[in-house]
Ligand binder design. Structure first.
Ligand code: COA
Length: 184
């Protein structure tokens, strides 16, 4: 079977594809949003999609480009892997898609990370994604009530080298990083 890997802006997804993606993401309040709201909300993202030969959507991930981590008061931009979901499960589609994403970010030379909770550690290991176990807890997110610790456990290294690897490696509970989630 041949698969097609494509990178699309939100504007390039069909209404039907947007519906399928929303129905598979676990975010209840996004379930019913209209395509124009979806497009506005994710204008800073790319959608990496795996299609079957017949054009059926098999697996999809959103790469968020509005993501920064502040280390030592300086912001560093990363692409963030979020919303990875396989429409057809247990057929190796997520693994295939992740490999394509890794290659794409490697060739474009864009630092890219993701996050996962402990229960998905084994899945990412099986997909050959290197991780930094426990390091997601060393990233703090600003909220109205102070700083909150991420629900995730691990940082996934989708495409990381050099200075960026050093920065992530240097995270600790004494020297956390701060998430800057404000869209620019
Ligand atoms: C997690 C998810 C993306 C996996 O997609 P998938 O296409 O079924 O995964 P694959 O078929 O490519 O699996 C690759 C390997 O991981 C294993 N695997 C799949 N899901 C797993 C899980 N939840 N835990 C552990 N291993 C898992 C597969 O058995 C396969 O193993 P193998 O190498 O021994 O054959 C899919 O279950 C899903 O969409 N879940 C809901 C959304 C979600 O949790 N996304 C991840 C957010 S961090």
């Amino acid at each position: 079977m041949n698969y097609h890997y494509q990178i699309k802006k939100a504007t390039e997804l069909s209404g039907e594809e947007i519906k399928t993606i929303l129905s598979h993401w676990a975010v209840e309040e996004w379930r019913e949003i209209e395509p124009d709201v979806f497009i506005a909300k994710f204008r800073g993202s790319e959608f990496h999609v795996l299609y079957s030969e017949q054009g059926e959507l098999l697996s999809v991930a959103r790469m968020n480009f509005e993501f920064k981590i502040i280390f030592n008061d300086l912001p560093y931009s990363f692409a963030e892997l979020v919303g990875l979901v396989s429409i057809v499960k247990e057929k190796g589609f997520a693994r295939y898609l992740l490999k394509e994403i890794q290659q794409d970010f490697y060739f474009r030379n864009i630092p890219a990370i993701g996050f996962c909770s402990f229960d998905l550690r084994e899945f990412y290991r099986k997909c050959g994604i290197e991780s930094m176990p426990g390091k997601a807890k060393m990233l703090l997110e600003k909220s109205d009530h102070g700083f909150i610790v991420s629900e995730d456990d691990d940082i996934l290294l989708i495409n990381i080298s050099g200075e960026y690897r050093k920065l992530l490696n240097g995270l600790s509970f004494d020297k956390p990083g701060y998430l800057d989630l404000t869209p620019k």
